[in-house]
Each structure stands twice: as C-alpha cells, then as structure tokens.
Write a protein that binds this ligand. Structure first.
Ligand SMILES: NC(=O)c1ccc[n+]([C@@H]2O[C@H](COP(=O)([O-])OP(=O)(O)OC[C@H]3O[C@@H](n4cnc5c(N)ncnc54)[C@H](OP(=O)(O)O)[C@@H]3O)[C@@H](O)[C@H]2O)c1
Length: 315
C-alpha cells in the first residue's frame, strides 16, 4: 500500500480504533500523539493485532505551535507525500473552571481543537498536494447543536485570555465554541484548497464510548454524566469506520466542504423556522446544523484571527 495517513490522538478512543481500521487495510500510518509513553504501548498492540509493520509514532502536542512545527519538519524529512490527514485529537476537560491558556497564549480548547489543526494543515499542504486524492477530515461534535440557541455566539473577545479574570469560564462552552470554530474553518479551508484538489470535510461525532482515561480527565458531576452517557453510546469502532469511509471511499471522492454525520449523510444548514415545535424538530434532526456556522461576520473574524495567529508564529 502506497498510501500514508496521519491520525492525531491515535493512542486513545476513536483515534486508536481508526488506526486499527487503517492498519488492517495496510496503510502506512503516522500516529501523532502528544505523549509517547501512551503512544508506544498503543503502537505495539496495534501492530501485533493487525500485523501492520508500517506504523510510525511521532510526538505532537497540538496546544503548541512549536511542537506542531517540529512534527511537520520531521514528517517532511521522511515523507514527501501525505494522502490523508485526520484531525482527530481533541481537548475536553468538562468541569474545569479555571481559564486555561496554551503555551502560545490561546485558550486551550481553541489551541488544540481549532487553531492547532489549522496550523498543522497549513504546514503540510505541499505534501498533501503530492497525493492523487488528498483528503482532510476534522473531528467535529454534535455539541455545536447548542448554537441552535439564537443568542449563542463564539466568545471572540475572550480567546486570548482577555477576560480570564472577570468572566466565568466554562470549559464545556469553550469546547463547543472551539468545535464550531473548527467547522467554520473547515468550510473556509475547503474553498481555499479546492483549486489544489484537496478535499476537506468534517464529521459530526455523536456520543461515542469514552475511555476511562478520558472520563477521569473530567471533573465532578461531568465524570458521572460521562459514565451514564457511555451506557448508551456507540462503540469507537463505528466512528472509526466512518472516518475510514469518508477518507478512502469512492462515495466521498469528490465531496468537499461538508459536515457529514455518523450515518454518513450530508448535514445541511438548518431550514427550520421559529416556534417550539420547530425548535424541537431542529434539535433532534441530525441532518441540520446551526445557521451560525455560516455566519459571514463570525466566519471572517475567525479566518482573520486564525491567519494572524499562524502568521505571528511564522515571524
Ligand atoms: N467520544 C465522544 O463522545 C465524542 C463526541 C463528540 C466529539 N468527539 C471528538 O472525537 C475526537 C476523539 O475523541 P475520543 O472520544 O476518542 O477522546 P479520547 O479517547 O480522549 O482521545 C483524545 C485524543 O486526543 C489527544 N489529545 C488531547 N490533547 C492533545 C494535544 N494537546 N495534542 C495532541 N493530542 C491531544 C489525547 O491524547 P492523550 O491520550 O495524551 O490525552 C487522545 O489521544 C475528539 O476530537 C473529540 O472532541 C468525541
């Protein structure tokens, strides 16, 4: 197999299951993990289970532009082509009440879930262009459905710690905001990269079984809620299959700039009007996303900020 795929957060949960899925098909995989101590046993187990000997482990901390830069430099030294880039890693520490900043001074959820992946993609464009059908996938979340609430907006005025002392911090809200930002960046990137033939999509992930480690990162009541949610959640393998289908199948060969749900259907901007019945229908309809995702002003602001942050990094 001459196809190379990078999977971020490949040591755990959905990323680990996706690594197994690709490994069984004989892909060359780069497991991009922030903690090599957790990555090594995962690599060994996956390699033994699948018999795939073309799996590499590389260090990547998406909260740090420096780490992303180092990862990409190292990747370029070894590889000249990248076929699939799966931005699976995610930061969520529900219940955290103290404002968290990344080493680059960006709210941590935004650094890991939105701006880090954007920076990483920007550094790997040359290698993606060498593929005959390059595809990028962003792990989005059904959490963005909170944006059906008309007043919900991204806290643009608090992404660099501006209000960290005088505004209540909700890591749950910031997580949702950062996943909405990721979706907006997904739409804009797809437009920007269309001419280069790079396909960019996002997957809307519903509740999927979380590992013990993941639940332990959460605080207080959130941990209990996560345990309860796990009882009714789908196994990680179902989402790994969806990742695989979106990034490899002919069905999605020409699809770009989309949000795709767990049933592998395109999710469209909401068409529902106002009213309680409409609101209920909208919230339960997994084929629509909130209008805010295509809000022109917010999208432009986000695009500008993302580029300012990575340009600042380039200097
Ligand atoms: N499970 C769900 O119900 C659900 C629902 C909606 C969306 N999602 C999304 O699906 C994706 C996978 O989630 P999961 O449930 O499989 O969670 P998980 O098991 O906790 O995996 C998350 C992965 O991201 C890695 N990660 C966290 N911060 C990182 C950083 N700064 N740099 C690099 N890697 C980092 C983690 O590394 P460590 O092991 O070192 O912490 C881990 O490998 C995430 O983007 C999540 O937001 C999940």
């Amino acid at each position: 197999m001459d196809k190379t795929v990078i999977i971020t957060g490949a040591n755990s949960g959905i990323g680990r299951a996706a690594t197994i899925r690709f490994a069984k098909e004989g892909y060359h995989i780069i497991m991009a993990c922030r903690n090599l101590g957790r990555g090594k046993p995962a690599l060994k187990a996956i390699s033994e289970e699948t018999g795939n000997k073309t799996i590499d482990l590389m260090e990547l901390d998406l909260s740090s532009f420096e780490s992303i830069r180092q990862f990409c430099d190292l990747f370029k030294q070894t590889y000249s082509k990248l076929d699939i880039l799966i931005h699976n890693a995610g930061y969520f520490k529900h219940g955290e009440k103290t404002y968290q900043l990344s080493p680059d001074g960006i709210e941590l959820s935004f650094a890991v879930n939105a701006f880090g992946p954007y920076y990483m993609t920007s550094l790997l464009l040359d290698e993606l262009k060498q593929s005959d059908n390059p595809r990028i996938l962003h792990a989005c979340s059904t959490n963005i459905r909170h944006f059906f609430e008309p007043k919900r907006i991204i806290e643009f005025d608090n992404l660099l710690g501006e209000k960290k002392h005088d505004r209540r911090y909700s890591s749950y809200k910031m997580y949702g905001d950062s996943k909405m930002a990721l979706l907006m960046l997904n739409f804009q990137m797809a437009k920007e990269l269309e001419e280069a033939g790079i396909h960019v999509n996002a997957v809307q992930i519903p509740a999927i079984k979380m590992t013990k480690d993941t639940m332990n990162k959460m605080k207080s009541i959130w941990k209990v809620a996560a345990r309860l949610q796990n009882l009714f959640s789908a196994p990680v393998e179902t989402m790994a299959d969806t990742y695989y289908t979106i990034t490899t199948s002919d069905q999605f060969k020409d699809v770009t700039g989309q949000l795709i749900n767990a049933e592998r259907k395109m999710v469209e901007v909401s068409h529902y009007s106002k009213g309680i019945i409409q609101d209920i229908k909208q919230f339960t309809d997994q084929t629509v996303y909130p209008k805010y995702a295509i809000d022109e002003k917010a999208s432009k602001l986000l695009w500008k900020l993302a580029n300012q942050l990575i340009e600042k990094r380039e200097i």
